[in-house]
Design a protein around this ligand. Sequence first.
Ligand code: FES
Length: 64
Amino acid sequence: MYVCICNALRDKELAAAAGDNVRSVAEVFRRCSARPKCGKCLPDVAEMIEAARAKTAPPALAAE
Ligand code: FES
């Protein structure tokens, strides 16, 4: 499914780029060799970063 229509980026591509301790939406776009344009996808990309953090956080920190 396309998440970023402006850059034709799919959910799987963005989710993969959102892992490995990514700190910002801009970093996800850099990893995809793209730049945000309209900004409508930015909340979804931010959620992907949070989901990746939740998966990699130690259990004690994930509960906070
Ligand atoms: S949909 Fe991603 S920048 Fe427009």
